[in-house]
Design a binder for this molecule. Structure first.
Ligand code: HOZ
Length: 429
């Protein structure tokens, strides 16, 4: 595969941008090699600057539920841009968007738009602290909630990939207020809650994790977590930045049957544009300025381009609930094909899937939490990644991420991926 132009651009980029990229994982550091510079995306495919065609399973890390650049989102954007790009003043589309989110996610009574998932999680925690008057939060080892200071403690995603789950630059004070529990282990929560009686403002969780690879919370664990939060007056926050509107109209909370107090969103609600949101119980959200004293603001929040693209996306989801059946069928087909390939090479590698989110782990033990996820052989993942890439299949360039199937993936794409998987495994083992 010719990648001359990507190589040249990467060298150039490294002169002006830290590591040559604006977000670490895309630099390919953990898998080695040169990141592909992308020139365009259409449906299930991305095309790099050297003209290579790639079946894309990142989909901009989740938002492209319908593949790249679907006509109905393009139309919404073209229409919106005719009227201007940003006003810093209220617009009607923001009300329509907020109303639609509250319709699709029953636990969300009131919602505030922001510009990224990181902003959403930081603001949700501030709301919880303001509401409860308490300072400490609990997060789970290997869960990633963006790069806010108090989340970069034993974090997943790029932080885990690059071996800095607890980042330099995070103050001791911030670190002291973040307690870390073990995912899917209710006893670790009980212990922390008992040791910090009446001090915990919030527990934040990716109920279906994407950022240590795909890992699902047990039903009983998540129900018990809800009960503890009720008993101890702790705000339960579901980080649905990846899972919101991807796993179901109502996200992970719908499939797990548990209502959080607050939820955070991103990705899909912007239809591929930079956007985030946090919302939930009215009495908590009414703490936010200017209704209440908890300050949070943003010039580009509720930006008309992001709102129109997001509204088109969510309206499509509302009008076409069969989207999730299609995603499930395509994803199950891919899962079966990949698992057959694993069996054919005499291995029992784990392939975790929840709906259209999935991860291949190079370990033969079930992956249910951080400790089992990090047993995956990341060197082998790197080799696998490159074999797949050379066959024209673009997977996450890091082990501790999820891959995503879209409605645009065709049977031909999936079959090509299944064949590439078998050939890759044969070649690296
Ligand atoms: N770590 C991000 C996904 N979990 C990657 C974001 C990006 O590189 O765009």
């Amino acid at each position: 595969m010719n990648i001359n132009k990507s190589e040249k651009l990467f060298e150039e980029a490294k002169k002006y941008i830290p590591g040559g990229v604006n977000s670490p994982v895309r630099a390919f550091k953990s898998v080695g090699g040169t990141p592909r510079f992308i020139s365009k995306g259409i449906g299930s495919k991305m095309f790099d600057v050297d003209g290579n065609e790639l079946i894309d399973y990142i989909g901009s890390w989740g938002p492209h539920l319908f593949g790249h650049n679907p006509q109905f989102i393009k139309d919404a954007l073209i229409k919106a841009i005719e009227n201007g790009t940003s006003f810093g003043a209220p617009t009607e589309i923001e009300i329509k968007m907020a109303k639609l989110i509250t319709e699709l996610v029953p636990s969300v009574e009131v919602v505030r738009m922001v510009n990224s998932g990181t902003e959403a999680t930081m603001s949700a925690v501030r709301a919880a602290r303001g509401y409860t008057g308490k300072d400490k939060i609990i997060k789970f080892e290997g869960c990633y909630h963006g790069h806010g200071d108090f989340f970069l403690i034993k974090a997943g995603s790029g932080a885990l990939t690059f071996g800095v789950p607890t980042s330099p630059g995070v103050t001791k004070g911030n670190a002291a207020d973040t307690l870390v529990a073990d995912f899917n282990d209710i006893n670790s929560i009980k212990k922390l809650v008992a040791q910090n009686k009446n001090e915990i403002a919030a527990i934040i969780i990716e109920a279906v994790v994407g950022n240590m690879g795909t890992v699902r919370a047990d039903n009983l664990f998540i129900q018990e977590l809800r009960t503890i939060c009720d008993e101890e007056k702790i705000v339960l926050i579901f980080d649905e930045v990846m899972t919101g509107f991807r796993l179901a109209q109502g996200g992970a909370q719908e499939i797990l049957g548990v209502k959080p107090d607050l939820s955070t969103f991103g990705k899909i609600i912007g239809g591929g544009l930079p956007v985030g949101a946090y919302g939930g119980k009215k009495e908590i959200m009414e703490m936010i300025s200017p209704s209440g004293p908890v300050y949070q603001a943003g010039t580009l929040s509720g930006n008309p381009l992001a709102m129109n693209a997001g509204y088109a996306s969510l309206t499509y989801i509302k009008d076409h609930p069969e989207v999730y059946k299609t995603l499930e069928e395509k994803s199950a087909y891919l899962e079966n094909g990949i698992k057959d390939g694993i069996k054919s090479v005499g291995k029992n590698f784990q392939f975790n899937r929840v709906g259209s989110m999935m991860t291949f782990f190079f370990t033969e033990e079930p992956v249910v939490d951080y400790n089992s996820a990090v047993k995956s052989d990341t060197k082998l993942y790197g080799k696998y990644f490159h074999e797949m890439l050379n066959s024209g299949v673009y997977l996450p360039p890091a082990q501790f991420e999820a891959m995503f199937v879209s409605t645009a993936h065709t049977k031909e794409d999936l079959d090509k991926t299944i064949v590439a998987n078998y050939n890759a495994l044969k070649s690296i083992l």
